[in-house]
Write a protein that binds this ligand. Structure first.
Ligand SMILES: Cc1cc2nc3c(=O)[nH]c(=O)nc-3n(C[C@H](O)[C@H](O)[C@H](O)COP(=O)(O)OP(=O)(O)OC[C@H]3O[C@@H](n4cnc5c(N)ncnc54)[C@H](O)[C@@H]3O)c2cc1C
Length: 299
């Protein structure tokens, strides 16, 4: 596990934005993760956990601390009957395809989400009105001192795009999910259709972070989803620097060349202010901003 020094964070997120982290490590065992956590906590060094960085905006100044990337090296998967156990670093599309091939249904909706299981559990992410929390039986975590614990589904406090993991600082090591038996061909066909639909609706060529604002069910019932609200406010194509509200889907902000985090943050503010003025509603962010101090927050 050789740490990378002064590693540009733009190489570790889908927005392709962010300055250098003092250190970035990609551990291949939980013992290594525990060692990095213990060292950083004893020495007061900020440690930020990431997956694929598909929901993150990194600071232009980078990070004065260490990034712990939970990815491919911690992505084991075990299937026993309808019970699936997977490590936090497994990619969502790989997980969806593997369980589908095993004739298990319930994770088709995550096939197009370019994140890890850890990131998905943290965000309680999903699509088509489903969320990963719906299938979770238990989650195994590690705290900043390296202690592990197992939490049942109720203890995870899943709600719309929310989990307890957003309130406390821990690493999602693995998750156990209960799925249903299904027909392999039907599952594959559904996943193909989901991918086709996403390709049709979402901007696919320019770097982005998926939906910027959450789709609050109450606001959605009266005004529609955030994409429609932003479009109705005339904001498609609005930009700050190289950060642009996508012409294809107004809840996406794309990086058309060399956008800075500052550009994205200013554009988020501009969108929010215009929407408040026109509708009275405040859009909440789904994406998370990682400050150079290691604080992670919704912009
Ligand atoms: C094109 C595109 C489409 C998208 N579509 C969807 C969608 O349909 N539905 C949806 O919900 N999301 C969507 N997203 C957003 C994103 O993919 C999800 O939020 C995903 O779950 C984030 O996973 P990640 O591994 O990239 O996490 P990161 O972005 O790396 O991290 C997100 C948060 O999770 C925490 N985290 C990550 N891994 C762990 C871990 N192992 N332990 C503890 N904390 C951890 C991080 O600290 C951070 O706070 C989309 C993004 C893109 C770019």
């Amino acid at each position: 596990m050789d740490p990378l020094e002064n590693e540009p964070l733009r190489n570790h997120c889908t927005w392709r934005i962010g300055g250098p982290a003092d250190f970035l490590v990609e551990p291949s065992s939980w013992e290594q993760v525990a060692l990095v956590l213990q060292y950083s906590s004893e020495n007061g060094i900020p440690a930020v956990v990431i997956g694929k960085g598909s929901n993150l905006l990194f600071d232009d100044r980078g990070l004065r601390g260490v990034v712990i990337k939970i990815g491919r090296k911690l992505s084991r998967l075990a299937i026993a009957g309808t019970i699936v156990q997977a490590q936090g670093g497994i990619s969502a599309p790989r997980l969806a395809r593997a369980v589908g091939l095993a004739g298990l249904s319930g994770l088709e909706h995550i096939v197009g989400i370019p994140g890890t299981l850890g990131g998905l559990v943290f965000m309680n992410g999903g699509s088509l009105r489903r969320a990963i929390g719906d299938t979770i039986v238990e989650v195994r975590t590690m705290d900043r001192q390296g202690n592990t614990q197992t939490l049942g589904r109720q203890e995870c406090r899943f709600a719309y795009r929310h989990s307890r993991f957003q309130e406390e600082s821990c690493i999602i090591m693995e998750a156990t999910m209960a799925l249903a038996r299904g027909r392999r061909d039907a599952i594959a066909a559904e996943m193909l259709e989901i991918l086709r639909e996403r390709r049709r609706k979402f901007p696919m060529t320019l770097p982005n972070c998926g939906s910027v604002f959450t789709n609050d069910p109450q606001v959605c019932a009266s005004l529609g989803p955030p994409g429609k609200i932003i479009e109705s406010a005339g904001l498609k194509g609005a930009f700050v620097g190289d950060a642009v509200v996508s012409e294809r889907h107004a809840n996406f902000i794309v990086n058309r060349a060399n956008a800075k985090a500052e550009d994205v943050l200013s554009l988020i503010e501009l969108v929010r202010e215009r929407v408040i003025r026109q509708t009275g509603e405040t859009l909440e962010c789904e994406v998370r901003f990682v400050e150079s101090t290691g604080v992670i927050r919704a912009p």
